[in-house]
Design a protein around this ligand. Structure first.
Ligand SMILES: NC(=O)c1ccc[n+]([C@@H]2O[C@H](COP(=O)([O-])OP(=O)(O)OC[C@H]3O[C@@H](n4cnc5c(N)ncnc54)[C@H](OP(=O)(O)O)[C@@H]3O)[C@@H](O)[C@H]2O)c1
Length: 181
């Protein structure tokens, strides 16, 4: 039996890149996958098709992140398909370009912090009733060691520290591609 048979996973930003790869892997291990996307409907459909063609189960949900009410929009869409989730992967994010520190403007700061930091916070907070407590270590937030700017780096640091304090100490173990120091 697959290790994730009977489980359901939500992967944000699964219309391409790392999120798609995570979605495909979770599905290959047996999970039903909620494939979130923002604007790339074709990309999300491709992810779903690849999962279904390989014998798995998935569905696409659309929600623009970084706007008020985004977490509720995601969960309302998930609720239309499944009853709760076991795994949440907060992958969607803005890596940002190599903007020099001196050139970061306030709208850019707000957008990147909103998508990379605010949205994952409220996605988990608003989703707690749908995530069994035994699964709360199964919350993964993209952090990554390769920020292209001081701004992106700051959003990632905020995520890691917050997760250690709010979701579960165990979550910190799987919240970063590097072990917490
Ligand atoms: N690639 C790297 O080297 C690297 C290194 C460190 C960390 N990371 C982090 O790992 C994650 C995935 O990276 P990636 O390179 O695979 O990213 P990517 O190719 O740019 O894909 C980003 C995904 O996030 C979604 N997304 C972004 N902003 C959104 C918004 N405002 N609303 C809704 N969806 C949004 C996109 O959906 P739509 O296209 O449908 O809008 C897309 O599915 C990101 O958080 C990134 O910062 C990446």
């Amino acid at each position: 039996m697959s290790s994730l048979a009977g489980k359901t996973a939500l992967v944000t930003g699964a219309s391409r890149g790392i999120g798609r790869a995570i979605a495909l892997r979770l599905a290959r291990d047996g999970a039903v996958v909620a494939v979130h996307y923002g604007s790339s409907a074709d990309g999300a459909e491709r992810t779903v098709d690849q999962i279904v063609d390989a014998g798995g189960k998935a569905f696409a949900i659309r929600a623009k992140l970084g706007v008020p009410g985004d977490a509720e929009t995601v969960w309302a869409a998930v609720d239309e398909h499944v009853d709760g989730v076991d795994i949440v992967v907060n992958n969607a994010g803005i890596l940002g370009g190599p903007t020099p520190f001196a050139d970061v403007d306030e709208p850019t700061y707000d957008e990147i912090f909103s998508v990379n930091t605010r949205t994952p916070f409220f996605l988990i907070q608003r989703g707690l009733s749908r995530i069994p407590s035994r699964c709360r270590p199964c919350v993964k937030t993209a952090t990554g060691p390769a920020p292209t700017s001081a701004l992106t780096s700051a959003t990632r640091s905020a995520q890691t520290g917050r997760q250690q304090r709010t979701v579960s100490p165990a979550a910190a173990q799987c919240s970063s591609s590097r072990p917490p120091s």
